[in-house]
Design a binder for this molecule. Structure first.
Ligand code: IPE
Ligand code: IPE
Ligand code: MG
Length: 248
């Protein structure tokens, strides 16, 4: 049965840990890269469905800092895939702006260039921003933010007393997006794997066993419906939240 979604309560930002490509391929006696290739089709489907639903930010964990430790042929296949799958057409058709977050300097030159081009070509699109986290880890991001804050303090531009939570948020490379309301992880693992640690502080977490290549629009709807069934209390009591909603 199709999930009934409350269109007024669609998350503004959905973050996804796209996991399970390798196992999906292995189960089919195919090389792991075949699973990554299949995963690109899911990215297209889910991006276009998120735009249709009115999601404003979709952040996709594509390659972690830790993934650099995979066998070099798998890393090369993944880099090749980033290069070939960044087609303007999919972004233009859906009016999607493309962004990337991560330690981009570590990526092959051709990939860096392609990322730059795609960001420029799609800069004026406004239906949704699709962000890929590439060569990304939250600890890397927080370390970089700490360095830039420390530099400002050392230069006398910022005083220690001025530092608050918003200072930290502003110095993260993800500073252009709101915190995700919903995190989805496919592939059955129950962990965060160094993704958006700061931003996920109050996100609703949704885990499913489906491998990323098998993740369909209906699975996305299921995750959003689950999110909509939850009461987000942010430390308050159930009653307080109910009263606030009645008074809205
Ligand atoms: C996620 O799928 C994609 C990347 C991490 C690049 P995996 O490649 O981790 O797939 P599994 O977890 O081994 O099945
Ligand atoms: C997390 O998946 C990273 C991405 C989806 C890009 P992994 O498959 O690398 O995570 P672990 O190693 O199982 O935690
Ligand atoms: Mg994995």
């Amino acid at each position: 049965m199709a999930e009934e979604l409350d269109m007024k309560r669609i998350p503004e930002h959905i973050a996804i840990i796209m996991d399970g490509n390798g196992r999906w391929a292995t189960e089919r006696n195919k090389p792991r890269s075949y699973g990554h290739q299949a995963g690109v089709d899911t990215v297209r489907r889910i991006t276009s469905e998120c735009t249709r639903l009115g999601v404003k930010f979709l952040t996709l964990y594509t390659f972690s800092t830790e993934n650099w430790n995979r066998p070099s042929d798998e890393v090369a296949a993944l880099m090749g895939l980033v290069l070939t799958s960044l087609e303007d057409e999919i972004f233009m058709k859906n009016n999607v702006r493309f962004q990337v977050v991560g330690d981009i300097k570590r990526l092959p030159e051709a990939v860096q260039q392609k990322l730059q081009e795609t960001m420029e070509h799609t800069a004026k699109n406004y239906a949704m921003t699709m962000v890929i986290a590439l060569s990304y880890s939250a600890r890397w991001e927080m370390t970089e933010a700490t360095k830039s804050i420390a530099k400002k303090v050392a230069e006398g531009v910022l005083s220690i007393d001025e530092i608050d939570e918003s200072t930290i948020s502003k110095h993260l490379c993800t500073n252009f997006m709101p915190d995700p309301e919903l995190l989805i992880r496919t592939g059955g693992e129950l962990r965060i794997s160094n993704y958006l640690l700061w931003q996920l502080a109050y996100s609703e977490l949704y885990f499913c066993n489906t491998y990323w290549p098998d993740f369909m629009e209906a699975d996305l709807h299921k995750a959003i419906a689950d999110y909509q069934s939850r009461q987000r209390r942010f430390g308050k009591t159930e009653k307080q939240v109910e009263l606030e909603q009645e008074n809205k």
